[in-house]
Design a protein around this ligand. Sequence first.
Ligand SMILES: [Zn+2]
Length: 444
Amino acid sequence: MSQILPQTHVDGRENTVVSNKASWQQKHIAWLAAALALPITATMTAYGVVEYGPRETVQVSQVTQELATPILASASSNAPFWREEIIQTGDGLGKLFSKLAINDLQAWDFVRTDPAARALYELSAGRAIQAKTTPDGRLLELSYLNRAGDLIQIVREGEQLRTHIAPAIAEKKTEYKTGTIHSSFYAATDAVGLPDAIAQQLIDAFEGKIDFHHSLKKGDQFSVIYETERSGGEVIRTGKILAAQFINKGQTHEVIWFEGNGATGAYYDAAGNSTAQSFLASPVKFSRISSGFSMRFHPVLFTWKSHKGIDYAAPTGTPVLSTADGVVTRVEQDSGYGKFVEVKHGDQYSTLYGHLSAYAKDLKVGQAVKQGDTLGAVGQTGRATGPHLHYEFKTNGKQVDPLTVKLPNSKPLNATQMAAFKPFANSIKQQLALLNRVELAQID
Ligand SMILES: [Zn+2]
């Protein structure tokens, strides 16, 4: 199972260290699989690192550990990519090709002319479609599970493409992925083949703790245990995240899915507090588009202190969401904020959204809104140097920094639920710790 590759520049002592590590891993992975009965599907590559002093870090060996059926886990830059898109109303194949980053004329001709590939023309909104491509967009595989339960696959066989249609036999799996952020969040999730739907859940799960728009750092790490359904080895559907860890700026955050003892299924932190927030951390969803946008355009981002708000760079038209349930108190325009909306949340809190390009249709003062409802669209009306949302959070009418203020939390577990949660959370934390140790340190 485990293989130690030839080593160079290593004396006997370090060699022993590495061997011990390998056998430690084997023992603990066996224990992990047996004791916790978590069917994990992953191939993991671990790098043994020996510190010789404060400055010198030497990579001494590579250990490949197979836990079960091997799946793609290569992080090299020419590794194929799996992308998944949820089909939206009005999406045609051409649009989906572009969303899935397929840049392949041969494949485009094929899906339009192959009689069997016509099955792909009945796409249902809300269902997932996956594509495996080379980094430059050559299609290796396209798979789509239709409503009838048939798995339609376009598969590259050498220079040819073929269509396979067969009833899908889905197998439920629990999978694990861990990654390190080197350039951007999505580059890191792509590098380890984390499905997009799971990447989005990861953002949602940690949004209350981590400001994905402003505070991700090189070296941040994530680990995720999540559900999938596979057919013929391929992921045909993703489920929910069961547990995840995110290390942001050296601080470790965890979320654990827990249901039972009367608790409805929800995410909790390791202490048993619900991670559902009374306020969304961000009024603009962190997405591939908004993340790429802020990196490309480098808009001037002011600090909270200098202008009592937080700016979110995003393309004009990006939906602006109410961060909490409330009542609309202002839908106005002035020279500074441009078009703006203000929402009151209970007696104490209010939020303001400025520089909008448009208000949500029929939005008016007095209207009740729910957390996540669209209030308008990002723009650059008023005093703005580029398209962005200016967001203010007020407590008793005074602007405060929402990232530092202690906001009311959703209710924690009761005593009986907590009694069941504690040992469960501990076992999950152990699993994450063990899985992460298999990965060992990475050289950065
Ligand atoms: Zn601003």
